[in-house]
Design a protein around this ligand. Structure first.
Ligand SMILES: C[S@@+](CC[C@H](N)C(=O)[O-])C[C@H]1O[C@@H](n2cnc3c(N)ncnc32)[C@H](O)[C@@H]1O
Length: 417
Protein backbone atom coordinates (compact mmCIF):
# COMPACT_ATOMS: atom_id res chain seq x y z
CA UNK A 1 0.00 0.00 0.00
CA UNK A 2 0.98 3.64 -0.43
CA UNK A 3 0.72 5.10 3.07
CA UNK A 4 -0.80 8.50 3.70
CA UNK A 5 1.70 11.30 4.30
CA UNK A 6 1.00 13.19 7.54
CA UNK A 7 2.45 16.14 9.44
CA UNK A 8 4.10 15.51 12.80
CA UNK A 9 5.28 18.15 15.31
CA UNK A 10 7.25 15.92 17.65
CA UNK A 11 9.06 12.59 17.36
CA UNK A 12 9.39 10.90 20.75
CA UNK A 13 12.01 8.28 21.58
CA UNK A 14 11.96 6.26 24.80
CA UNK A 15 15.03 4.81 26.51
CA UNK A 16 16.80 4.42 29.82
CA UNK A 17 20.01 6.43 29.22
CA UNK A 18 19.24 10.08 29.75
CA UNK A 19 16.58 12.58 28.79
CA UNK A 20 16.41 15.56 26.49
CA UNK A 21 15.31 17.24 23.29
CA UNK A 22 16.66 18.18 19.89
CA UNK A 23 15.23 21.06 17.84
CA UNK A 24 15.84 21.49 14.14
CA UNK A 25 15.63 25.22 13.63
CA UNK A 26 17.20 28.60 14.07
CA UNK A 27 19.07 29.06 17.36
CA UNK A 28 17.69 32.48 18.32
CA UNK A 29 14.07 31.65 17.43
CA UNK A 30 14.20 28.32 19.26
CA UNK A 31 15.85 29.78 22.37
CA UNK A 32 13.10 32.36 22.50
CA UNK A 33 10.46 29.63 22.23
CA UNK A 34 12.16 27.73 25.08
CA UNK A 35 11.93 30.66 27.52
CA UNK A 36 8.46 29.95 28.97
CA UNK A 37 9.47 26.40 29.96
CA UNK A 38 13.20 26.70 30.66
CA UNK A 39 14.01 30.27 31.78
CA UNK A 40 16.27 30.06 34.84
CA UNK A 41 16.57 26.25 34.60
CA UNK A 42 19.61 25.55 32.41
CA UNK A 43 22.81 24.76 34.29
CA UNK A 44 25.38 24.89 31.53
CA UNK A 45 25.43 26.20 27.99
CA UNK A 46 28.22 25.32 25.58
CA UNK A 47 28.22 26.82 22.12
CA UNK A 48 30.47 26.45 19.14
CA UNK A 49 28.80 28.94 16.82
CA UNK A 50 29.70 29.61 13.20
CA UNK A 51 32.76 31.88 12.96
CA UNK A 52 33.30 34.79 10.60
CA UNK A 53 35.41 33.00 8.01
CA UNK A 54 33.04 32.91 5.03
CA UNK A 55 34.14 29.25 4.67
CA UNK A 56 31.81 26.43 3.67
CA UNK A 57 31.57 23.19 5.60
CA UNK A 58 30.55 19.73 4.48
CA UNK A 59 29.52 16.30 5.61
CA UNK A 60 30.54 13.06 4.01
CA UNK A 61 27.18 11.37 3.59
CA UNK A 62 27.11 7.63 3.01
CA UNK A 63 24.52 6.46 0.55
CA UNK A 64 23.41 2.83 0.53
CA UNK A 65 24.63 -0.41 1.98
CA UNK A 66 27.87 -0.74 0.01
CA UNK A 67 29.01 2.74 0.93
CA UNK A 68 28.29 2.18 4.63
CA UNK A 69 30.15 -1.12 4.64
CA UNK A 70 33.21 -0.13 2.66
CA UNK A 71 33.25 3.60 3.47
CA UNK A 72 33.95 4.44 -0.20
CA UNK A 73 31.99 6.69 -2.52
CA UNK A 74 30.43 8.95 0.12
CA UNK A 75 28.72 12.11 -1.12
CA UNK A 76 29.92 15.59 -0.02
CA UNK A 77 26.97 17.65 1.20
CA UNK A 78 27.34 21.28 2.20
CA UNK A 79 26.19 21.63 5.80
CA UNK A 80 26.66 25.30 6.60
CA UNK A 81 28.59 28.38 5.56
CA UNK A 82 30.21 30.78 8.01
CA UNK A 83 28.91 34.31 7.60
CA UNK A 84 31.14 37.20 6.51
CA UNK A 85 29.26 40.28 7.56
CA UNK A 86 30.50 41.12 11.05
CA UNK A 87 27.79 43.58 11.96
CA UNK A 88 24.90 41.24 11.16
CA UNK A 89 26.72 38.40 12.86
CA UNK A 90 27.36 40.29 16.08
CA UNK A 91 23.77 41.55 16.17
CA UNK A 92 22.58 37.95 15.92
CA UNK A 93 25.03 36.70 18.55
CA UNK A 94 24.01 39.51 20.95
CA UNK A 95 20.42 38.23 20.73
CA UNK A 96 21.50 34.58 21.20
CA UNK A 97 23.71 35.36 24.19
CA UNK A 98 21.07 37.51 25.87
CA UNK A 99 18.55 34.64 25.51
CA UNK A 100 21.12 32.21 26.88
CA UNK A 101 21.56 34.40 29.96
CA UNK A 102 17.82 34.31 30.59
CA UNK A 103 17.75 30.54 30.25
CA UNK A 104 20.62 29.97 32.70
CA UNK A 105 19.91 29.29 36.35
CA UNK A 106 21.49 31.53 39.01
CA UNK A 107 24.14 28.81 39.50
CA UNK A 108 24.63 28.40 35.74
CA UNK A 109 27.63 28.93 33.45
CA UNK A 110 28.31 29.47 29.76
CA UNK A 111 31.24 28.32 27.60
CA UNK A 112 31.62 30.01 24.20
CA UNK A 113 34.02 28.33 21.78
CA UNK A 114 35.74 30.84 19.46
CA UNK A 115 38.81 31.16 17.27
CA UNK A 116 41.37 33.97 17.00
CA UNK A 117 39.13 35.99 14.65
CA UNK A 118 36.18 36.16 17.01
CA UNK A 119 37.79 36.07 20.42
CA UNK A 120 37.98 39.86 20.91
CA UNK A 121 34.49 40.54 19.56
CA UNK A 122 32.69 37.86 21.54
CA UNK A 123 34.67 38.63 24.70
CA UNK A 124 33.35 42.20 24.61
CA UNK A 125 29.83 41.02 23.85
CA UNK A 126 29.95 38.55 26.74
CA UNK A 127 31.30 41.26 29.06
CA UNK A 128 28.37 43.44 28.05
CA UNK A 129 25.71 40.75 28.51
CA UNK A 130 27.05 38.79 31.49
CA UNK A 131 29.18 41.50 33.12
CA UNK A 132 32.99 41.72 33.22
CA UNK A 133 32.95 40.54 36.80
CA UNK A 134 31.33 37.25 35.74
CA UNK A 135 34.25 36.35 33.45
CA UNK A 136 35.98 33.23 34.81
CA UNK A 137 38.47 31.95 32.24
CA UNK A 138 39.85 32.23 28.78
CA UNK A 139 40.44 28.51 28.22
CA UNK A 140 43.06 27.64 25.64
CA UNK A 141 42.46 24.32 23.89
CA UNK A 142 45.68 23.29 22.17
CA UNK A 143 45.76 20.67 19.41
CA UNK A 144 48.20 19.50 16.77
CA UNK A 145 45.91 18.68 13.84
CA UNK A 146 45.72 20.70 10.60
CA UNK A 147 48.39 22.21 8.39
CA UNK A 148 51.46 24.27 9.30
CA UNK A 149 52.16 27.80 8.23
CA UNK A 150 55.48 29.28 7.16
CA UNK A 151 54.20 32.88 6.98
CA UNK A 152 53.44 33.13 10.70
CA UNK A 153 53.35 30.82 13.72
CA UNK A 154 50.91 27.96 13.11
CA UNK A 155 47.56 28.53 14.77
CA UNK A 156 47.08 25.53 16.98
CA UNK A 157 44.57 26.56 19.58
CA UNK A 158 40.96 27.59 20.06
CA UNK A 159 39.67 29.74 22.87
CA UNK A 160 36.70 28.91 25.07
CA UNK A 161 35.33 31.92 26.94
CA UNK A 162 33.91 30.87 30.29
CA UNK A 163 31.43 33.05 32.23
CA UNK A 164 29.11 32.55 35.18
CA UNK A 165 25.64 34.02 35.34
CA UNK A 166 26.07 35.13 38.98
CA UNK A 167 28.69 34.79 41.71
CA UNK A 168 26.61 31.87 43.05
CA UNK A 169 27.77 29.65 40.17
CA UNK A 170 28.14 25.97 41.05
CA UNK A 171 31.44 24.67 39.64
CA UNK A 172 33.06 21.35 40.59
CA UNK A 173 36.76 21.16 39.71
CA UNK A 174 37.09 17.82 41.52
CA UNK A 175 34.79 16.22 38.94
CA UNK A 176 37.40 16.73 36.19
CA UNK A 177 40.60 15.87 38.00
CA UNK A 178 42.72 13.38 36.06
CA UNK A 179 45.85 11.30 36.76
CA UNK A 180 48.98 13.45 36.30
CA UNK A 181 50.80 13.03 33.00
CA UNK A 182 54.27 13.70 34.45
CA UNK A 183 55.62 13.74 38.01
CA UNK A 184 55.41 17.09 39.76
CA UNK A 185 58.25 19.59 39.86
CA UNK A 186 61.37 17.97 41.16
CA UNK A 187 62.61 20.89 43.20
CA UNK A 188 60.69 19.15 45.99
CA UNK A 189 62.14 16.28 47.94
CA UNK A 190 61.10 12.87 46.66
CA UNK A 191 60.02 10.16 49.13
CA UNK A 192 58.45 6.71 49.01
CA UNK A 193 55.80 5.85 51.59
CA UNK A 194 55.46 2.39 53.25
CA UNK A 195 52.97 1.34 50.52
CA UNK A 196 55.51 2.12 47.80
CA UNK A 197 53.79 5.30 46.55
CA UNK A 198 56.10 8.16 45.65
CA UNK A 199 55.40 11.63 46.90
CA UNK A 200 57.08 15.02 47.05
CA UNK A 201 57.18 17.29 50.01
CA UNK A 202 58.14 20.86 50.65
CA UNK A 203 58.34 22.84 53.87
CA UNK A 204 57.00 26.38 53.71
CA UNK A 205 56.68 28.60 56.80
CA UNK A 206 57.17 25.66 59.13
CA UNK A 207 54.41 23.66 57.44
CA UNK A 208 55.07 20.57 55.32
CA UNK A 209 53.09 20.13 52.11
CA UNK A 210 52.87 16.61 50.64
CA UNK A 211 51.89 15.72 47.07
CA UNK A 212 51.59 12.15 45.85
CA UNK A 213 52.81 11.58 42.27
CA UNK A 214 49.66 9.63 41.41
CA UNK A 215 47.20 12.08 43.00
CA UNK A 216 44.69 13.27 40.39
CA UNK A 217 45.31 16.86 39.32
CA UNK A 218 42.87 19.53 38.20
CA UNK A 219 43.31 20.97 34.72
CA UNK A 220 44.48 24.60 34.50
CA UNK A 221 43.26 27.04 31.83
CA UNK A 222 45.48 25.58 29.09
CA UNK A 223 44.06 22.30 27.84
CA UNK A 224 46.79 20.53 25.92
CA UNK A 225 45.81 17.04 27.02
CA UNK A 226 42.70 16.65 24.84
CA UNK A 227 43.54 15.77 21.27
CA UNK A 228 41.39 16.75 18.32
CA UNK A 229 39.67 13.97 16.37
CA UNK A 230 42.04 12.07 14.11
CA UNK A 231 41.26 11.34 10.46
CA UNK A 232 40.07 7.79 11.13
CA UNK A 233 38.77 8.38 14.63
CA UNK A 234 35.84 6.00 15.31
CA UNK A 235 34.07 8.92 17.02
CA UNK A 236 33.91 10.83 13.73
CA UNK A 237 30.43 11.28 12.28
CA UNK A 238 31.60 12.84 9.00
CA UNK A 239 30.32 16.28 10.10
CA UNK A 240 32.94 19.02 9.59
CA UNK A 241 33.86 20.95 12.77
CA UNK A 242 32.90 18.06 15.08
CA UNK A 243 34.55 18.48 18.50
CA UNK A 244 35.89 15.55 20.54
CA UNK A 245 33.83 14.03 23.34
CA UNK A 246 36.74 14.43 25.79
CA UNK A 247 36.46 18.22 25.47
CA UNK A 248 32.72 18.26 26.15
CA UNK A 249 33.03 15.66 28.91
CA UNK A 250 35.25 18.07 30.81
CA UNK A 251 32.91 21.02 30.34
CA UNK A 252 29.72 19.12 31.14
CA UNK A 253 31.14 17.43 34.23
CA UNK A 254 32.71 20.47 35.91
CA UNK A 255 29.72 22.73 35.32
CA UNK A 256 26.74 20.48 35.96
CA UNK A 257 25.60 17.65 38.16
CA UNK A 258 23.56 14.56 37.27
CA UNK A 259 19.99 15.43 36.29
CA UNK A 260 20.77 19.10 35.47
CA UNK A 261 20.12 20.68 32.08
CA UNK A 262 22.85 21.15 29.46
CA UNK A 263 22.12 23.23 26.34
CA UNK A 264 23.94 23.59 23.03
CA UNK A 265 22.27 26.06 20.61
CA UNK A 266 24.63 25.23 17.69
CA UNK A 267 24.77 21.50 18.33
CA UNK A 268 26.18 20.30 14.97
CA UNK A 269 26.99 16.61 15.26
CA UNK A 270 25.62 16.55 18.84
CA UNK A 271 28.88 16.12 20.78
CA UNK A 272 27.57 18.12 23.76
CA UNK A 273 24.36 16.11 23.80
CA UNK A 274 26.20 12.80 23.78
CA UNK A 275 28.54 13.97 26.56
CA UNK A 276 25.51 15.09 28.61
CA UNK A 277 23.69 11.82 27.99
CA UNK A 278 26.74 9.77 29.05
CA UNK A 279 27.15 11.84 32.21
CA UNK A 280 23.47 11.46 33.20
CA UNK A 281 22.60 15.11 32.49
CA UNK A 282 19.49 16.27 30.63
CA UNK A 283 20.22 17.81 27.25
CA UNK A 284 18.77 20.29 24.76
CA UNK A 285 20.32 20.69 21.32
CA UNK A 286 19.44 23.07 18.49
CA UNK A 287 20.73 23.14 14.94
CA UNK A 288 19.23 24.25 11.68
CA UNK A 289 21.03 21.74 9.43
CA UNK A 290 18.69 18.77 8.76
CA UNK A 291 21.59 16.27 8.66
CA UNK A 292 22.18 16.89 12.36
CA UNK A 293 18.91 15.13 13.20
CA UNK A 294 20.12 11.98 11.45
CA UNK A 295 23.31 12.12 13.53
CA UNK A 296 21.29 12.78 16.70
CA UNK A 297 19.23 9.65 16.04
CA UNK A 298 22.49 7.71 16.22
CA UNK A 299 24.21 9.51 19.10
CA UNK A 300 21.14 9.79 21.34
CA UNK A 301 20.09 6.21 20.82
CA UNK A 302 19.02 4.69 24.17
CA UNK A 303 17.83 7.97 25.70
CA UNK A 304 14.34 9.37 26.18
CA UNK A 305 14.27 12.38 23.88
CA UNK A 306 12.03 14.40 21.64
CA UNK A 307 12.92 15.73 18.20
CA UNK A 308 11.05 18.79 16.96
CA UNK A 309 11.16 20.43 13.56
CA UNK A 310 12.09 17.18 11.81
CA UNK A 311 9.05 17.24 9.52
CA UNK A 312 10.90 19.46 7.11
CA UNK A 313 10.25 18.17 3.61
CA UNK A 314 6.64 19.02 2.74
CA UNK A 315 7.64 19.93 -0.82
CA UNK A 316 9.32 16.57 -1.59
CA UNK A 317 7.09 13.62 -2.45
CA UNK A 318 8.97 10.29 -2.46
CA UNK A 319 7.44 7.09 -3.79
CA UNK A 320 6.79 5.02 -0.69
CA UNK A 321 5.26 1.56 -0.38
CA UNK A 322 4.80 -0.25 2.91
CA UNK A 323 2.77 -3.16 4.21
CA UNK A 324 1.39 -3.93 7.66
CA UNK A 325 1.05 -7.54 8.81
CA UNK A 326 -0.66 -8.24 12.13
CA UNK A 327 1.19 -10.83 14.27
CA UNK A 328 0.79 -12.12 17.85
CA UNK A 329 0.80 -8.95 19.94
CA UNK A 330 2.69 -7.03 17.24
CA UNK A 331 2.25 -5.33 13.90
CA UNK A 332 5.02 -6.06 11.44
CA UNK A 333 5.70 -3.21 9.03
CA UNK A 334 7.61 -3.85 5.80
CA UNK A 335 9.15 -0.95 3.92
CA UNK A 336 8.98 -2.29 0.37
CA UNK A 337 9.95 0.71 -1.68
CA UNK A 338 11.23 4.21 -1.02
CA UNK A 339 12.39 6.30 -3.93
CA UNK A 340 13.37 9.87 -3.38
CA UNK A 341 15.27 12.31 -5.58
CA UNK A 342 18.70 13.08 -4.15
CA UNK A 343 20.29 16.00 -6.03
CA UNK A 344 23.65 14.94 -7.44
CA UNK A 345 22.83 11.25 -7.43
CA UNK A 346 21.27 9.02 -10.05
CA UNK A 347 17.89 7.69 -8.83
CA UNK A 348 18.66 6.01 -5.50
CA UNK A 349 17.98 2.29 -5.89
CA UNK A 350 15.67 0.43 -3.49
CA UNK A 351 16.28 1.81 -0.01
CA UNK A 352 19.65 3.43 -0.80
CA UNK A 353 18.27 6.93 -0.32
CA UNK A 354 17.11 6.00 3.20
CA UNK A 355 19.39 6.72 6.15
CA UNK A 356 17.09 5.49 8.92
CA UNK A 357 13.44 4.64 9.53
CA UNK A 358 11.13 3.80 12.38
CA UNK A 359 7.63 2.60 13.22
CA UNK A 360 5.46 3.81 16.08
CA UNK A 361 2.20 5.39 17.08
CA UNK A 362 0.56 8.76 16.70
CA UNK A 363 -0.69 10.11 19.98
CA UNK A 364 -1.81 13.57 21.05
CA UNK A 365 1.73 14.72 21.85
CA UNK A 366 3.31 13.38 18.64
CA UNK A 367 4.78 10.32 17.00
CA UNK A 368 6.12 7.74 19.49
CA UNK A 369 8.90 5.58 18.06
CA UNK A 370 8.55 1.89 18.97
CA UNK A 371 11.35 0.41 16.84
CA UNK A 372 13.85 1.96 14.49
CA UNK A 373 16.79 1.03 12.33
CA UNK A 374 19.74 3.26 11.56
CA UNK A 375 22.62 2.41 9.28
CA UNK A 376 25.99 2.14 11.01
CA UNK A 377 29.44 1.08 9.95
CA UNK A 378 28.90 -2.38 11.41
CA UNK A 379 25.37 -2.58 10.14
CA UNK A 380 25.21 -0.88 6.75
CA UNK A 381 22.14 -2.70 5.45
CA UNK A 382 18.79 -1.47 6.72
CA UNK A 383 16.23 -3.94 7.97
CA UNK A 384 13.19 -3.85 5.72
CA UNK A 385 10.86 -5.04 8.48
CA UNK A 386 10.26 -3.39 11.86
CA UNK A 387 7.57 -4.14 14.42
CA UNK A 388 5.42 -2.24 16.88
CA UNK A 389 3.59 -3.82 19.80
CA UNK A 390 -0.20 -3.72 19.43
CA UNK A 391 -0.85 -0.54 21.47
CA UNK A 392 -3.37 2.25 21.44
CA UNK A 393 -2.88 4.98 18.88
CA UNK A 394 -2.66 5.21 15.12
CA UNK A 395 0.14 3.15 13.59
CA UNK A 396 2.68 5.32 11.77
CA UNK A 397 6.20 5.36 10.39
CA UNK A 398 8.95 7.84 9.70
CA UNK A 399 11.51 7.50 6.90
CA UNK A 400 14.55 9.83 6.80
CA UNK A 401 16.65 10.22 3.71
CA UNK A 402 20.39 10.66 3.43
CA UNK A 403 19.98 14.46 3.31
CA UNK A 404 18.23 14.53 6.69
CA UNK A 405 14.73 15.07 5.32
CA UNK A 406 12.12 13.14 7.30
CA UNK A 407 8.79 11.89 5.93
CA UNK A 408 6.00 10.75 8.26
CA UNK A 409 3.19 8.41 7.23
CA UNK A 410 0.05 6.98 8.83
CA UNK A 411 -0.34 3.23 8.25
CA UNK A 412 -3.60 1.39 7.75
CA UNK A 413 -3.94 -1.84 9.69
CA UNK A 414 -5.58 -4.46 7.43
CA UNK A 415 -9.09 -5.38 8.55
CA UNK A 416 -9.50 -2.17 10.61
CA UNK A 417 -12.44 0.08 9.85
C1 LIG B 1 30.85 24.78 14.39
S1 LIG B 1 29.40 23.85 14.16
C2 LIG B 1 29.13 23.04 15.71
C3 LIG B 1 29.90 21.77 15.81
C4 LIG B 1 29.61 21.00 17.09
N1 LIG B 1 30.22 21.63 18.23
C5 LIG B 1 30.05 19.55 16.99
O1 LIG B 1 30.79 19.06 17.89
O2 LIG B 1 29.67 18.88 16.04
C6 LIG B 1 28.21 25.10 14.12
C7 LIG B 1 26.80 24.62 13.87
O3 LIG B 1 25.91 25.73 13.95
C8 LIG B 1 24.84 25.51 13.04
N2 LIG B 1 24.22 26.81 12.79
C9 LIG B 1 24.71 27.87 12.11
N3 LIG B 1 23.88 28.91 12.17
C10 LIG B 1 22.81 28.50 12.91
C11 LIG B 1 21.61 29.13 13.34
N4 LIG B 1 21.33 30.39 13.02
N5 LIG B 1 20.74 28.42 14.10
C12 LIG B 1 21.01 27.12 14.42
N6 LIG B 1 22.14 26.47 14.04
C13 LIG B 1 23.02 27.16 13.30
C14 LIG B 1 25.47 24.87 11.83
O4 LIG B 1 24.52 24.12 11.11
C15 LIG B 1 26.54 24.01 12.49
O5 LIG B 1 26.08 22.69 12.67
Amino acid sequence: MRPERIHVDAELHAGKDGRGAFYLGDAAGTLEALLPEYAGKIKVIYMDPPYLTGDKFYMRVRVGEECWRRGRGAMQVETFADPRDRETYLRYMRRVLALCRELLSEEGMIFVHVDYRLNAHLRLLLDEIFGEEQFLNELIWVYQTGGRSTRHFSRKHDVILFYAKTERYDFDLNAVKAPPRAPRDNHMRRHVDPDGRTYRSIKVGGKTYTYYDDDPVAPCDVWDDLSHLQQKDPERTGYDTQKPLTLLNRIVRCASRPGEWVLDPFAGSGTTLEAAKRAGRCFIGIDRQPLTLNIARRRLNGATWTARGGDNAAEVEPVCEAEVMPGAGFYHVCLNRFEVAIPGLPAAAQLDGVDNWSVGYLREDGYHVMEDDVRTRRHGDLRTELRAPAYAGRLAMCVSDVLGRSYYYALEIPGWK
